[in-house]
Write a protein that binds this ligand. Sequence first.
Ligand code: 2E4
Ligand code: SF4
Length: 314
Amino acid sequence: MLNRAPLRVLIAAPRGFCAGVDRAIQIVELALERFGAPVYVRHEIVHNRFVVERLRDLGAVFVDELDEVPDDRPVVFSAHGVPKSVPAAAQSRALTYVDATCPLVSKVHRQAQRLIEEGRHILFIGHAGHPEVIGTFGQVPHGAMTLIETIDHVADLSVPDEANLAFLTQTTLSVDDTAAIVDALKARFPSIRAPRSEDICYATSNRQAAVKAIAPECDRMLVIGAPNSSNSLRLAEVAERIGVPARLIERASDIDWDWLGEPRTIGLTAGASAPEVLVREVLDALSERFDVTEEIADHTPERMTFKLPRELVA
Ligand code: 2E4
Ligand code: SF4
């Protein structure tokens, strides 16, 4: 096509699938091979409808709650983790279940349990209603953990015993917001126990850093991800904070061309649950309207991999 305006697209790296998402998807695929269809999955395995639809085509059935799973079919728990009551209920019904909780979420679960055993009250930084938060709260007795959503919560917190506090966080938070909340917590409760290592995971921090690296050169930022995907939402937020207008889109047809305007350079990234095929789709859609030059940002490759559950590989 003639007269297309030039457009430089800076493609963030790393972007897209993390090791926990790869593993969770593989678990559903292997469960389908091992048990045949249908395999039930409690909650979206990851927050992406293209991933969910592909697995549905292979024979997965997605449900909200365990009581929707028939007694004679296996069930997979999503990457976000589940309250302890869920595997307990599965056991009491003698259901076959496979847990696809990301090992980095399970690590936070174990930390929570350990802190409670030590008699500490936990301040948990996270987003109300998110399945990971529900899952982590479900590892400890009711009332043993208090949710902190914003820095403003810190000032008016009332805690049982200031000398016996600890904090933990959701894995997909804003690195910057969380650092500010942690500083406020440490200022107010100097003896608060911090996690041994950061709970925000490597994939979350790397994807946010990748957006920060390209944003200063961008007029607009497109983030591929679902509206209920916490880590993807954070990527759009990071760009906006730097002053780059950003939009979260599920796929190419969501691009608002009026909003995009006639930029010289745009940034493109994808959340940890968004498949790379959608990045290609967006680049193709951009190429139909602009004379696109693609540039992939330099980065250190991610080498993280997680073992699959023994019951699926034996
Ligand atoms: C589990 C933990 O948590 P978020 O909403 O970002 O989940 P999503 O499914 O989008 O990403 C994968 C994932 C799963 C991230 N952390
Ligand atoms: Fe695991 Fe991090 Fe991926 Fe979440 S974003 S699934 S915690 S690796």
